[in-house]
Write a protein that binds this ligand. Structure first.
Ligand code: PRP
Length: 181
């Protein structure tokens, strides 16, 4: 099924370890709090599901969906909210959960969008960070694994909607020499 993967970069144990480290930091940072954890669809769904099962604090869950790479054609990234949260986040602590932070367009747009609802705080959590690709200045509060400029798939991350269910992280053959466009 995933025979066209050229190289596995991170296996399930690597991902689990990174997720545990983030969960442990969130557990100690939010003792006695009940943050609203907002997953950015679609890519974050597997990471989010694993992350929250390692939390020992109260939390609420919601989801937000923004436009995809293909639509990021101008200098702002042309990001749009396709599906918004329904939770009232006014005066609430918010943690935005992403699978990957790349140019920063998506998270920067989503953060500004959520700020308009006057949350008490917003922190950003991402499993993967590609700082070498950043265009918009944005720094995650919780990072699992920092990677180079490689196009990765698996564990929620796709290429044309494929590979999201792959349990590990790899580079598909046809994209091994290029990052995303
Ligand atoms: C990916 C990823 C982030 C975003 C990061 O989503 O899940 O949301 O791109 O890229 P950026 O920092 O350059 O904005 P994508 O648009 O591929 O949609 P998906 O989550 O539905 O796969």
């Amino acid at each position: 099924m995933y025979e066209d993967i050229e190289q596995i970069l991170f296996d399930e144990r690597d991902i689990c370890r990174a997720t545990e480290e983030i969960a442990s930091r969130i557990n100690s940072d939010y003792v006695g709090c009940c943050p609203v954890i907002i997953g950015v669809l679609k890519g974050s769904f597997i990471f989010l599901a694993d992350l929250v099962r390692k939390l020992n604090i109260d939390f609420k869950i919601d989801f937000i969906r923004a436009s995809s790479y293909g639509e990021k054609t101008d200098s702002t990234g042309n990001v749009k909210i396709i599906s918004d949260i329904t939770t009232d986040i006014m005066d609430r602590d918010v943690i935005i959960v992403e699978d990957i932070l790349d140019t920063g367009y998506t998270l920067s747009y989503i953060t500004e969008h959520l700020r308009r609802s006057s949350p008490k705080s917003i922190r950003i959590c991402t499993l993967f960070d590609k700082p070498c690709r950043r265009i918009v200045e944005i720094n995650p509060d919780y990072t699992g694994i920092v990677i180079d400029d490689l196009f990765i798939v698996g564990y929620g991350l796709d290429y044309n909607e494929k590979y999201r269910g792959m349990p590990n992280i790899g580079i598909p053959k046809m994209r091994s020499k290029k990052t995303k466009e």
